[in-house]
Design a protein around this ligand. Structure first.
Ligand SMILES: C[S@@+](CC[C@H](N)C(=O)[O-])C[C@H]1O[C@@H](n2cnc3c(N)ncnc32)[C@H](O)[C@@H]1O
Length: 205
């Protein structure tokens, strides 16, 4: 089996200069996971919501190929699809305005060092793009086990996004549980380790 790298640098030229496949919006409800890895969450979510379109965006191409092969094999490729892309570059070309019902940002890569900050997926620019792409009353769910990352994300949403988004649990509040009936691979691993998970759910006004 091919060895798949744990992390790729989204800023290398290979990760900047390609065009992702377009999304076929073929269901009434569209959900998107940003950074879906091998798509475990999308397949679990399919059990809970088989009629929704579940799209995963991922920068590691071999994982996307594996995900799509599995969806083909299960005959659910109309409902579960991976798109090979660099979120920070291609997001704007993938989603027309008000086309998505729900975005999930599950355990984004923790780029800690100051020099790595520019590799961060969740930035002010992405927040803006998510805002445009969400339908009215659309949802944006984030979870992470890195407290620093949770606080930074919350700060961004509550300070820059306060006019467009309402925190479902009240301002500056975390959500204790994942309400979607589907867990991610990282979520399972972190829960088994009894580590704390920081979750937030924002609704577009
Ligand atoms: C820590 S993993 C979490 C995977 C999954 N969401 C989970 O919770 O198990 C973060 C994922 O985001 C992907 N990723 C990081 N930066 C990305 C980018 N700029 N564009 C697309 N995917 C990215 C990584 O390759 C990785 O698969």
């Amino acid at each position: 089996m091919t060895r798949i790298r744990q992390h790729v640098n989204p800023l290398t030229i290979n990760n900047l200069s390609f065009k992702p496949d377009p999304i076929n919006f073929n269901c009434k409800i569209t959900e998107v996971e940003l950074g879906c890895a091998e798509g475990e969450f999308l397949f679990n979510r399919h059990q809970a919501k088989p009629e929704h379109l579940k799209i995963g965006l991922e920068i590691r191409e071999p994982l996307v190929k594996r995900l799509n092969k599995k969806a083909d094999k299960l005959n659910i490729s109309k409902y579960v699809r991976g798109i090979f892309c660099n979120i920070n570059i291609h997001f704007k070309d993938l989603f027309p305005p008000e086309s998505v019902d729900r975005f999930f940002l599950n355990f984004p890569d923790p780029w800690f060092k100051t020099s790595h900050k520019k590799r961060r997926v969740f930035t002010s620019k992405l927040l803006n793009q998510i805002t445009q792409a969400l339908k009215p009353e659309g949802e944006f769910f984030i979870q992470t086990d890195i407290f620093e990352l949770a606080l930074e994300s919350m700060f961004l949403l509550e300070s820059e996004g306060w006019q467009e988004f309402t925190n479902q649990l009240g301002e500056w509040s975390f959500m204790p549980e994942n309400p979607y009936g589907a867990r991610t691979r990282r979520e399972k691993y972190v829960s088994e380790d009894n580590k704390k998970i920081w979750r937030m759910l924002y609704i577009k006004s």
